[in-house]
Design a protein around this ligand. Structure first.
Ligand code: DOR
Ligand code: ZN
Length: 335
């Protein structure tokens, strides 16, 4: 059995920089026609010049793959109308990380509802720039996302023409919030469709499944599966593929992030196939995002076949999601 996916899009990926970028960027550009690249470098992608320079570095590695990297700016309270007006022609997306909440978010946005933040949201709304939020508070780790939901509601209500993306949602609370305002949308990762906290820490600790937001309960995972498998039109795929060198995962103080870029389409095919929902995969990995963002992706077709595939133990110095496991689907051709 074979399926074709046209123009797969990854609406949330970390391509990093330097040596790591030269390994991981081609693993996204090979299989996806388009990806939204996160700005949490050190230092972050703060303005248009940073974003253009970063895009050029990515393009120098992916130029032959018929792939477009779309850049995001890192939300900070010194964003002005002038910076945003300049950015608008190059960047349609801004990513907001609450301070300290994840990799390289240290010290930046202390309050997502500060007067300054609201002023910036107003300008973004006027200019048609999309706001992506890593929606977690600093509370008890299992409650962080659910406790963030009132912030989404307040922003969505105050800025009805601002498109707000609830990034990598992990809870039923977020799934239930999605339809409360027409301007709220969400991305879902691969791992959050499969794992719960039991997989991460229920038995032997699995550092390669540790990410932020952390995987939650069975009912949360099932709520996300329901959204993805039904290809809910406000939800799109964002892998949050977040590579870290092996020694920074397998150590005390394990870095947060799951690397899934080169195997996401194959594992998604398995999930949708086993649920009898293969027909909805195209919408989840491409069409929904095309509609939400009103974009025209590069033309690329990935042909997947139902044939065993053993996930490599490593890509360079990075251990991927489900390393060494055999899955039902493999990539036959990309054209
Ligand atoms: O697990 C994560 N890793 N979550 C994020 O939000 C950031 C990412 C990273 O950059 O490593
Ligand atoms: Zn991320």
């Amino acid at each position: 059995m074979e399926i074709q996916i046209h123009n797969p899009l990854d609406m949330h990926v970390h391509l990093r920089d330097a040596d790591m970028m030269s390994v991981v960027a081609p693993l996204t550009s090979k299989y996806f026609s388009w990806a939204l690249v996160m700005p949490n470098l050190v230092p972050p992608v703060m303005n248009t010049a940073d974003a253009i320079w970063y895009r050029q570095r990515i393009e120098s590695l992916t130029g032959n793959d018929n792939f477009t990297p779309f850049m995001t700016l890192f939300f900070h309270e010194w964003l002005t109308r002038e910076i945003l007006e300049k950015a608008k022609d190059h960047i349609m997306w801004i990513k907001l990380y609450p301070a300290w909440i994840t990799t390289n978010s240290e010290g930046w946005v202390k309050s997502v509802l500060s007067e300054k933040a609201k002023e910036i949201f107003g300008i973004m709304e006027e200019l048609g720039i999309v706001l992506h939020i890593h929606g977690e508070t600093g509370d008890f780790v299992m409650d962080r996302e659910a406790n963030f939901m009132p912030n989404y509601l307040e922003i969505a209500k105050a800025f009805p023409n601002l498109t707000i993306i609830m990034e990598h949602i992990t809870t039923k609370a977020a799934a239930d919030t999605l339809d409360m305002f027409p301007n709220l949308y969400a991305t879902i990762t691969l791992q959050h469709l499969e794992i719960t906290l039991d997989d991460v820490a229920g038995w032997a600790l699995k550092p390669h499944l540790f990410c932020k937001p952390i995987a939650k309960r069975y009912e949360d995972r099932d709520a996300l599966l329901e959204l993805a498998l039904s290809a809910h039109p406000k939800v799109s795929f964002g892998s949050d593929s977040a590579p870290h060198p092996q020694h920074t995962k397998e150590c005390p103080g394990c870095a947060a992030g799951v690397f899934s870029a080169p195997i996401s389409l194959q594992v998604l095919a398995q999930i949708f196939d086993r649920a009898g929902k293969l027909d909805n995969l195209q919408k989840f990995v491409s069409d929904n995002a095309v509609n939400i963002y009103k974009i025209t992706p590069n033309t690329k077709t990935v042909i997947l076949e139902k044939k065993d595939f053993v996930i490599p133990e490593k890509y360079w110095d990075v251990v991927p999601y489900r390393a060494g496991e055999t899955i039902d689907w493999s990539i036959k051709e990309v054209k």
